[in-house]
Design a protein around this ligand. Structure first.
Ligand code: GAR
Length: 196
C-alpha cells in the first residue's frame, strides 16, 4: 500500500550492534510500506555493523561512545542533545544495549519505542532465549513497547509469538524470533505514523 498522502514521520534510530531491525525498517521505508524517514542512526559503539547498513542506505550515522563520558547522566545528556538536533517525531531503540536514565526516558515519554526478545512481561533483561528454554516454555517471542523508566517495561504495542520446538537451541530460537521482530517493529512504527 502506498502512503504518499501521509507525511513521513522523522525517526532517529539508536543501535549498538548488528542492526538487523534497523535494516527491516530501512527496507519497509524503501518499499513504500512505512511513511517515515530515518534522519539519523546513532550508535554507542563505533564498530556496530548497523552503521554500515545506514551508510549503504544513505542515512546519516553518528557515534557517541559511552567511553568518552564519566557517568550515565552525562552521556544521556549528550545523547539527548544529539537526538534533539534532528527534531525526531519518534526515537527507535533497535538493539541499543544501554540502560537509560529516568530523566532521558521521561524526556521522550510516548515518543520512544523499544523491541525486546521476549513475551513481556516475561524475561526482561538479557539471555531471554536461553531463559525461555530453561523454563521449559512452549512459546516465546518478542515485544515492541513504549519505553518507561523501568527496564524493558512500558505499554506493549505489538507482540509476536514463536512456538518452541523440542530440539531448539538459543540460536535457533533467536533466529525465528528475529524474523518476527523484523515484521512487527516496522508495523508498530507504521501504527504510530498513522496515529493508531
Ligand atoms: C534484538 O533481538 C532486540 O530484540 C534485542 O537486541 C537485538 C538486536 O538485534 N534487544 C534487547 O535485548 C533490548 N533489551 P539487531 O541489532 O540485529 O537489530
Amino acid at each position: 500500500m502506498s502512503h504518499d498522502l501521509v507525511s513521513p514521520i522523522r525517526l532517529v534510530v539508536l543501535i549498538s550492534g548488528n542492526g538487523s531491525n534497523l535494516q527491516a525498517i530501512i527496507d519497509d521505508i524503501t518499499n513504500n510500506n512505512l511513511p517515515a524517514k530515518i534522519v539519523a542512526v546513532i550508535s554507542n559503539k563505533a564498530d556496530a555493523y548497523g552503521l554500515e547498513r545506514a551508510k549503504k542506505a544513505g542515512i546519516e550515522q553518528r557515534v557517541l561512545s559511552h567511553k568518552d563520558f564519566s557517568n550515565r547522566n552525562q552521556y544521556d545528556l549528550a545523547l539527548k542533545e544529539l537526538i534533539d538536533g534532528y527534531q525526531p517525531d519518534l526515537i527507535i531503540l533497535a538493539g541499543f544495549m544501554r540502560i537509560l536514565s529516568n530523566e532521558f526516558v521521561e524526556h521522550y515519554l510516548h515518543k520512544m519505542m523499544n523491541i525486546h526478545p521476549s513475551l513481556l512481561p516475561k524475561y526482561k533483561g538479557l539471555n531471554t532465549h536461553q531463559r525461555a528454554l530453561d523454563a521449559g516454555d512452549k512459546e516465546h517471542g518478542c515485544s515492541v513497547h513504549f519505553v518507561t523508566p523501568e527496564l524493558d517495561d512500558g505499554p506493549v504495542i505489538l507482540q509476536a509469538t514463536v512456538e518452541i520446538k523440542e530440539n531448539d537451541t538459543a540460536e535457533s530460537l533467536a533466529a525465528r524470533v528475529h524474523e518476527q521482530e523484523h515484521r512487527i517493529y516496522p508495523q508498530a512504527i507504521r501504527m504510530f505514523a498513522e496515529k493508531k
